[in-house]
Design a protein around this ligand. Structure first.
Ligand code: UT7
Length: 324
C-alpha cells in the first residue's frame, strides 16, 4: 500500500472589483484588441487597498474546508504559495492559520511565483506521504497588482489578483494510476534565468517591494518548451498516455501558451480549463482558481484524471497528476 494525498475540498476567492481591458484603456496606452489577440485576457480582478493577500487566502480556505467538511482544528499543515505576502514576515500562512482558528500544527509560505501552487502542493503531498501530516491546506493567493508598474504596458495588462485553496487528506492507495489523489509531482528550476521575469526590488537588494519586469518573448518561448516537457515527464512517470487525461488545468498566463502546450499534447480545447480570459495571470492563484471553477460547475468529476502544470519566474516549473 502507498500513502496518497486525496484532495477532499477546494475553494476560490476573487477581489470584489473586476477591471476590463476597456477600463484599463482609460489610463494605459493599450487596446482591447491587442490584449485579447496577444493573451486572451478580457478582464481581471484587482484588489482594493483593504483587500490583502491574507483576506483572499482566508476566503478560499474557508470554502475549501467547508466543501471538505474539515474543521480547521484538524489541520496539521498550511502551505501558502504567494509572491505578494501581506508583510515581508511573518509568513502570511500564519495569519491564515490564526484566522481559521487553528492553534496547532505548522504554517509557512512557499515562493515559486507562478509555479507556487504546484510547489506548495508537492511540499504538502510529501509531508503526507512521509506521515508527518494527515490533513493539509494548500493555498495559492496573490495581490499581484501591488507589484505592477502601471506605466509599463508590456506587463501591467497581464496580471490580476485572487486565491484558490485545496484540502488534502491522507489515504491509503494501491500505488497504481487508478488510485484517487495526487499520483505524482515533479518540480524544476533553473536560476540562470533569474532576471527574465523578476521584481526589481526586495528587502535585501534595495529595501523596496519593486515592480515586475519581464522579457516577454523569452519567457513565452521557455514556457511552451518547459510546460510540454513537464507534461511528458508526468505522463511517463505514471505510464499514462495523454489521451487518458480528462482535464488539463494549466497555469493561466497567456491563452496562446496554453493552446500551444495543449496542441503538443494533442489535448482538445474542450479538455482544457481556461480562466485567463476573466482572471488574467494570477500567479500562484491561477491553478487552484481554475480547478475550483471546474469543480464547482461540474466539469471535473470524481475519478477524472487531471494534469496541473505551471511555469514562472526563476525559472521554476512543474506538474502534478491528480486523480480527482
Ligand atoms: O506567468 C509566468 C509566465 N509569463 C508568461 O508566460 C508571459 C509570457 N509572454 C507573453 O505572454 C507575451 O510575450 C506578451 C503577452 C507579454 C507579449 O506578447 P508578444 O506577442 O511577445 O508582444 P511583444 O512583446 O513582441 O510586443 C509587440 C508589440 C510591441 O510594439 P512594436 O515594438 O512591435 O511596435 C510592443 O510595444 O506590442 C507592443 N505592446 C503593446 N501594445 C499595446 C506591448 N504591450 C502592449 C500593450 N498594448 N499592452
Amino acid at each position: 500500500m502507498t500513502m496518497r494525498s486525496v484532495i477532499v475540498g477546494c475553494g476560490t476567492c476573487l477581489p470584489r472589483r473586476a477591471v476590463s481591458n476597456h477600463d484599463l484603456m482609460k489610463t494605459v496606452d493599450t487596446s482591447d484588441e491587442w490584449i485579447v489577440q496577444r493573451t486572451g485576457i478580457r478582464s481581471r480582478y484587482i484588489a482594493d487597498e483593504d483587500e490583502k493577500t491574507s483576506d483572499l487566502a482566508i476566503g478560499a480556505a474557508r470554502q475549501a474546508l467547508a466543501m471538505a467538511g474539515v474543521d480547521a482544528e484538524r489541520l496539521d499543515l498550511i502551505v501558502l504559495a504567494t509572491t505578494t505576502p501581506d508583510h515581508t514576515f511573518p509568513a502570511t500562512a500564519t495569519k491564515v492559520q490564526a484566522a481559521l482558528g487553528m492553534t496547532g500544527g505548522m504554517a509557512f509560505d512557499v515562493q515559486a511565483v507562478c509555479s507556487g501552487f504546484i510547489y506548495a502542493l508537492a511540499v504538502a503531498d510529501n509531508f503526507i506521504r512521509l506521515g508527518q501530516a494527515r490533513t493539509a491546506l494548500v493555498i495559492g493567493a496573490e495581490t499581484f497588482s501591488r507589484l505592477l508598474d502601471w506605466n509599463d504596458r508590456t506587463t501591467c495588462v497581464l496580471f490580476g489578483d485572487g486565491a484558490g485553496a485545496v484540502v488534502l487528506e491522507a489515504s491509503e492507495g494501491t500505488g497504481a494510476a487508478g488510485d484517487r489523489g495526487i499520483l505524482s509531482t515533479h518540480l524544476h528550476s533553473d536560476g540562470r534565468h533569474y532576471d527574465m521575469l523578476w521584481v526589481d526590488g526586495g528587502p535585501s537588494a534595495n529595501r523596496t517591494i519593486g515592480h515586475v519586469r519581464m522579457a516577454g518573448q523569452e519567457v513565452f518561448r521557455h514556457a511552451v518548451t518547459r510546460l510540454s516537457e513537464a507534461a511528458e515527464e508526468a505522463l511517463a512517470a505514471n505510464g499514462i498516455k495523454a489521451a487518458e487525461l480528462d482535464w488539463l488545468i494549466p497555469h493561466q498566463a497567456n491563452q496562446r501558451i496554453i493552446e500551444a502546450t495543449a496542441r503538443r499534447l494533442k489535448m482538445p480545447a474542450e479538455k482544457t480549463v481556461l480562466t485567463v480570459d476573466r482572471h488574467g495571470n494570477t500567479s500562484a492563484a491561477s491553478i487552484p482558481l481554475a480547478l475550483g471553477e471546474a469543480v464547482a460547475d461540474g466539469r471535473v468529476k470524481r475519478g477524472d484524471l487531471l494534469l496541473l502544470e505551471a511555469m514562472g519566474g526563476g525559472f521554476t516549473w512543474g506538474s502534478a497528476l491528480v486523480r480527482w
